[in-house]
Structures are given as structure tokens and as C-alpha cells.
Write a protein that binds this ligand. Structure first.
Ligand code: MF3
Ligand code: CO
Ligand code: CO
Length: 297
């Protein structure tokens, strides 16, 4: 009797038997020398992606808990009349007091400990003397380094009572992250995440910023791979267990185009429309996805 493995046929769309996590047709199908090595070795060699082990996940999760506590602290103190500099002080002091280091400070010359992006600012807003007013929306993006592990998360908050435009863009941005996360499981691809986000956000009449992407994270601030927030189903790198990356779609109420101000950081919508963003650090598990910076979406 033939053993089952002798007769089993690998379909072109099945996972490659070499364990790469890719579809057979995109990997060893038709090649004379199948890829050798563990998944971690293959992903490092092919993509420069560092898969995370259980102990790493535990470390990133601890940093992630601190990131969420930091966002909660800011939310509780937000009110009309405060400056964005005050948010920086709160984040900086809470991070240090918690035994961590704020990754943004001096990162490629960034001068503050947190990014604070108001209204038409898409991302990388530098805290300063700007005073928040009722009706503003404000994104707060924090990245603590705790015991060497990085976790990256952000939320967009209302200051006072929001108008209809503010309500809409924050809602669409939140649901864009949710749609992206729902596409994460072993065997789906980076393109699946982008497609889920783009089709949802554009379906709501909003636009997706393309100049900034999500990214691998954990051992460093920005690791491989890049996670595009737009794209096509089935394209790009296949997701495999042990990957840790951010999803952080920036969604504009108007057109997707941006301008970077003279400070070389602040990215604003070219048409002046509102922009909102939510970000979580996610872990690809054996069965699906788990957030290491969880908050309700
Ligand atoms: N936290 C941002 C991200 O989500 C990166 C900010 S870089 C900084 O990737 F230098 F502006 F802090
Ligand atoms: Co990020
Ligand atoms: Co971030």
C-alpha cells in the first residue's frame, strides 16, 4: 500500500511544503532546489524579517501594556485649552517613571517624546505651543521601549464635542484599522491587509495616505516588512506565525495627498481636510492574530 504522502498532491494554491508560508506556486513549485531551513531562517534571508519567539512576545506585550496605559492617561487629561507640549510632558514623564524610554525622542532627529497630530496634520506632529480647542481631533502616537522591546500604538481623540466631519473621519479611521486586523492570519498576505483597508475607507468616500506604512516592530522601532494600507488581494509577503508588525492607516476626509512642513516632520493634508489614524502592534499567531497593544475598535 502506498503511504498517503506518496499520493498526496500539493495544489498550486496550497501552502508550500517547504514551510515558507507562501503558496506552493509562489515558492518551490517548478524549482529544482526547494528552499531549505526553518521558517525563521527563510524569512530572515528572503525578507529580513525577524520572527519573534514566545519570550519576545511576552516582552513586546509588556511594552504594549505601557503604551495603552500612556494613551489612557493622556485621554483622561485631554481638554480644551491644553497645549500639545503638555501632552509631551505627560507622556515623557510617565514613560520614564515606568522604567521605559520614549522611542520617538531623538529618533532620526525627532525632538520630542511623542507625536501629536491635530486636525489636518496626518502624522509626526511635533508637540509645542499649539493650544487644543473644542471640536479639534488629536492623534497621540506613543512608542515605549521597555526592557529593550518596542510597542507602537496610537489613537485619535476628540477634544470637546466633535462636529460631523470629525465624527466621520475618526470613525472611518478606527474601522480601517479593524478591517486591516481582520485580514491577518497565517497564509494571508500583506496585500490582503492593504486591500481590506483601502476598499473599506475608499468605500466610505475617504482616502488612504500612501507615503507612510505600518512596519515590523519589537526589536527595533521600524523593522521589515512594510505594511501598506492599500493594495491587492493575495499580493506581497505571506503572513506566518511569529511576525509582529503595526497596522496604522492614515485616513483623510478629502484627497490622499500630503505636504511635509519646513520642520521636515509635520505631514499635513494638501487640501486641508481632516485626517485621523489608529495604530496597534499585532502578532500573527498559529490561528490568526492577537494585538499586543489591545484597545476596543
Ligand atoms: N510612531 C510612528 C509610527 O507609527 C513613528 C514616529 S517616528 C518619530 O511608526 F520620530 F516621529 F517619532
Ligand atoms: Co508605527
Ligand atoms: Co506609531
Amino acid at each position: 500500500m502506498k503511504r498517503k504522502s506518496d499520493t498526496y498532491k500539493v495544489g498550486r494554491n496550497d501552502p508550500c511544503p517547504c514551510g515558507s508560508g507562501l503558496k506552493y506556486k509562489k515558492c518551490c513549485y517548478g524549482s529544482k532546489a526547494p528552499e531549505k531551513g526553518t521558517l525563521a531562517e527563510i524569512y530572515m534571508k528572503k525578507y529580513n524579517i525577524r520572527l519573534k519567539q514566545k519570550r519576545d512576545i511576552a516582552g513586546i506585550r509588556r511594552a504594549g501594556r505601557l503604551a495603552i496605559e500612556t494613551l489612557d492617561l493622556v485621554e483622561a487629561r485631554l481638554e480644551p485649552g491644553i497645549t500639545t507640549e503638555m501632552i509631551n510632558t505627560w507622556v515623557h514623564e510617565f514613560t520614564i517613571k515606568s522604567g521605559a524610554v520614549p522611542a520617538p525622542l531623538n529618533y532620526r532627529g525627532f525632538p520630542k517624546s511623542v507625536c501629536v497630530s491635530v486636525n489636518e496634520v496626518i502624522c509626526h506632529g511635533i508637540p509645542g505651543e499649539r493650544v487644543l480647542a473644542a471640536g479639534d481631533i488629536v492623534n497621540v502616537d506613543v512608542t515605549p521601549i521597555l526592557d529593550g522591546y518596542y510597542a507602537d500604538a496610537n489613537k485619535t481623540f476628540f477634544v470637546g464635542d466633535p462636529g460631523p466631519d470629525a465624527r466621520k473621519i475618526v470613525n472611518v479611521a478606527r474601522n480601517s484599522l479593524k478591517a486591516g486586523m481582520a485580514a491577518v492570519r497565517p497564509g494571508s498576505t500583506v496585500g490582503d491587509i492593504g486591500w481590506a483597508i483601502q476598499s473599506y475607507a475608499e468605500g466610505k468616500g475617504c482616502s488612504v495616505v500612501r507615503e507612510f506604512v505600518g512596519h515590523g516592530v519589537g526589536f527595533a522601532f521600524h523593522e521589515a516588512p512594510q505594511i501598506f494600507h492599500y493594495g491587492r488581494k493575495g499580493e506581497g509577503i505571506a503572513l506566518v506565525p511569529g511576525m509582529v508588525f503595526t497596522i496604522e492607516p492614515m485616513i483623510n476626509l478629502g484627497r490622499r495627498y500630503l505636504t511635509v512642513l519646513d520642520d521636515n516632520w509635520t505631514a499635513v493634508t494638501r487640501d486641508g481636510s481632516l485626517s485621523a489614524q489608529f495604530e496597534q502592534t499585532v502578532w500573527v499567531t498559529a490561528n490568526g492574530v492577537e494585538s499586543l497593544t489591545p484597545f476596543d475598535l
